[in-house]
Ligand binder design. Structure first.
Ligand code: ATP
Ligand code: MG
Length: 403
């Protein structure tokens, strides 16, 4: 007997109630992004490797150990996208999308990262993503965060999910903070995790983001960005928080929050929950004013976020697959074509419908009755004559559609 190939570790075959929850997240996102006038984009699943290595940063986990990179048959190094932002930034530059600035775009789809698979963490996972490109004003940050907040509210999962907000300041503030962090962590270097010892000089902000308990012990007393913020950076952050207050978006200041990627400036944020164990970050993002230049484009301020669809779907719980509104049951095979005509009319009129026309004719009606539909339409032969019976709710509506 030959063996069946197994699915790749860290991929998922999503089915049933979980698939309904997944689709509900995407449908709700599609509805809400239209309210905020974000335009839909579809992006390639793979890009030249440098699109990610130059923008996300060589010192990040994503680039240094999580990318699926390969050489194609032409010898070019390509990478399955680990995030959306870099590809969208590349497209913005290469397609001349500058003419649409400020450009509000949204998308969703699969991403790929070579991680240790566990609950809420996969090697192929899915995100919804929203970006505002070519907008330097704090209102853009506010609009983007309000979109995220409304999405969580409409999904019914806002309770128990909180917005953690920080500022990383402008380039000068961030650099002064970086030097102070190097000084601080250098003094305890030997007690840090190997990863953090390694990133101490190059990227000390990342130590604040570490999940290793050896690092966490020192994070609480590390220098805070607030002591290094320029007047301008303070002003910017003040406008973000007052805008959020005006929009009714609750937030908590998280002074040690930095994002895993190098490109952030000013606003950085995460929506977190304690309902998902270790995988508690459902949505993350921030302002990435330096990203376009790292890809060889002109200075272009921008802000964006991405959220894991699986993690949002897990918070929703399982969304039951809905019952059909109408079941059309064929009790005599001679009436099959009539029933097909009828069910097509019902579906065209916007009612969800299933056909029961297989198995023993005597058992079909019982089977159909148990399917929990609002209405049943039964095709049978009674005393040599065709009979069409409509039962349950919506009888007048169904009679009208079928007449
Ligand atoms: P984490 O700290 O959990 O690794 P991250 O900072 O790497 O998250 P981002 O790059 O900000 O995550 O991606 C945004 C969102 O995408 C995360 O908040 C999470 O919901 C989701 N996400 C990221 N990586 C995975 C994964 N491997 N599996 C499932 N969802 C993921
Ligand atoms: Mg990660």
């Amino acid at each position: 007997m030959s063996t069946t190939p197994q699915a790749i570790r860290g991929t998922q075959d999503i089915f049933g109630a979980e698939a309904e929850a997944f689709a509900h997240v995407v449908e709700t996102f599609e509805r809400v992004r239209k309210l905020y006038r974000f335009r839909r984009v579809e992006m390639p699943v793979f890009e030249k490797t440098e699109v990610f290595s130059r923008s996300i940063g060589e010192t990040t986990d994503v680039v240094s150990k999580e990318m699926y990179s390969f050489e194609d048959r032409g010898g070019e190094s390509l990478t399955l996208r680990p995030e959306f932002t870099a590809g969208i930034a590349r497209a913005y530059i290469t397609n001349g999308w500058q003419q649409h600035a400020p450009l509000k775009v949204a998308t969703h789809g699969p991403l790929f990262r070579y991680e240790r698979p566990q609950k809420g963490r996969y090697r192929q996972f899915h995100q919804i993503d929203a970006e505002i490109i070519g907008a330097a004003e704090p209102q853009a940050d506010v609009e983007l965060l309000t979109l995220a907040d409304q999405l969580l509210k409409e999904l019914g999962i806002a309770d128990g999910v909180s917005l953690q907000l920080n500022t990383l300041g402008d380039g000068a503030s961030r650099e002064a903070w970086r030097l102070a962090l190097i000084d601080y962590f250098r003094a305890v270097k030997a007690e840090l995790s190997e990863d953090s010892q390694d990133r101490l000089e190059r990227n000390p902000l990342r130590i604040l983001d570490s999940k290793d308990p050896r690092d966490k012990a020192f994070v609480a007393d590390a220098p805070k960005i607030d002591d290094f913020l320029s007047g301008e950076a303070q002003e910017f952050f003040g406008q973000v928080t007052s805008g959020l207050d005006a929009a009714g978006v609750a937030w908590t200041r998280a002074p040690a929050l930095v994002r895993g990627l190098d490109y952030y400036r000013h606003t950085a944020f995460e929506f977190v929950t304690d309902r998902l164990g270790a995988q508690g970050t459902v949505l993350g993002g921030g302002r990435y004013d330096g990203l376009m230049e790292s890809l060889g484009g002109p200075f272009t301020p921008a802000v964006g976020w991405a959220a894991g669809i699986e993690r949002l779907a897990m918070l929703l719980g399982n969304t039951a697959e809905p019952n059909a509104q109408v079941i059309v049951v064929v009790e005599d095979d001679a009436l099959l074509d009539k029933a097909i005509g009828a069910i097509t009319k019902l579906r065209s009129a916007g009612l969800s419908a299933d056909l029961v026309a297989a198995g023993s004719p005597r058992k079909r009606f019982d089977k159909a009755s148990k399917m929990g539909a609002d209405a049943l339409v039964a095709y049978a032969i009674r005393d040599g004559a065709e009979s069409v019976r409509v039962r349950g709710e919506r009888q007048a509506e169904i009679d009208r559609i079928l007449s």
